[in-house]
Structure formats: structure tokens, C-alpha cells
Design a protein around this ligand. Sequence first.
Ligand SMILES: CC(C)(COP(=O)(O)OP(=O)(O)OC[C@H]1O[C@@H](n2cnc3c(N)ncnc32)[C@H](O)[C@@H]1OP(=O)(O)O)[C@@H](O)C(=O)NCCC(=O)NCCS
Length: 140
Amino acid sequence: MISYKVGLENIQWDKLFDLYKRVGLLKRFIENNEYHKIQSAFKNSYKVVIAWDDEKLIGACRMISDGICYGSVFDVGVLPEYQKKGVGKNLMNTLLEGEDYIPIHLTATFGNEDFYKKIGFKRHKTAYSKYPWETIYTEE
Ligand SMILES: CC(C)(COP(=O)(O)OP(=O)(O)OC[C@H]1O[C@@H](n2cnc3c(N)ncnc32)[C@H](O)[C@@H]1OP(=O)(O)O)[C@@H](O)C(=O)NCCC(=O)NCCS
């Protein structure tokens, strides 16, 4: 049975790293074997949601927030064999539960924009971002 849990209880860190390896997120840390940094990032997050198929970790996402003014969502990932079955949507709904009173920001990876549209996000007219490396995600 698939369940969604807030928090890092019973987390199998190696399975979390495998998830992100397989879906191509957090690449720069994975390529440099900096798994401890991913672990710290998750521990320092405002909220983490893990999707479990019984004891198996099948998806995850997290929010960074002050809990008062704003929140940002990152690292939404579902194992490829579990995608398109509603797991991503349920992960996000669990992450957003109780956060209705703050604006939530996120950026989609290419090709996944409509996933966020379907769960109620709208394109931001004036969003800006600054990367310390070259990225295909920003305009000139
Ligand atoms: C993006 C991702 C998290 C979506 O998870 P998922 O479990 O496949 O999504 P769901 O099955 O919950 O989809 C919910 C709805 O969005 C739709 N949807 C999912 N991915 C979509 C996509 N890429 N484009 C358009 N619609 C999409 C589904 O068809 C479904 O629509 P419905 O409610 O009309 O049936 C998953 O594909 C993933 O892990 N991708 C790789 C990692 C990644 O790039 N993550 C995004 C980081 S910003």
C-alpha cells in the first residue's frame, strides 16, 4: 500500500540518494559523491514528504520555508516505474497541507511544467533567479 509521510522517520538515506540519481535531480552533489550534503539539506528543510510503497521509498519532495511568509518547493521526484500513477500529486498535496496561508514558489524541470499546472500552480510573471553556474533555465 502506498502511503505519504511527513518527516525523515525511518528514512533509508541510500534509497533517497538512489531516487534522485534515477530521476536526475541533485545531480551536482551526486556526481561529486557529496551525499552528506544532500542529507544535511533534507535535515535542514522545513518539511520533507516521503512516499512509501510499504517499506520501499518510491518518491520524495521537500519545502524550504520560514513557516510565516513564504515557502519554496524542491526535489520533487518519483521513481520512474511509479510515475503517472498519482504519486507526485499526493506527495505535493501532503507537502502543501496546512500551508494555504503562504505563497509557495517553485521551478519545474523542462517537460514537467504541466504537472504543476494540474495541481494548481500558475506561471509567475516576474520570477527571477540567479545561478552561480551556467544554466539552461534562465534567459539572457
Ligand atoms: C514530475 C514528477 C514528480 C511527476 O510525478 P508523477 O507521480 O508522475 O505525477 P502524477 O502521476 O501525480 O501526475 C499528476 C497529474 O499530472 C500529470 N502529469 C504528470 N507529469 C506530467 C508531465 N510531465 N507533463 C504533463 N502532465 C503531467 C499526470 O498525467 C496527472 O494528470 P491527471 O491528474 O489529469 O491524471 C515525476 O515525473 C518525476 O519524478 N520526474 C522526474 C524528476 C523531476 O524532474 N521532477 C520535477 C522537479 S521540478
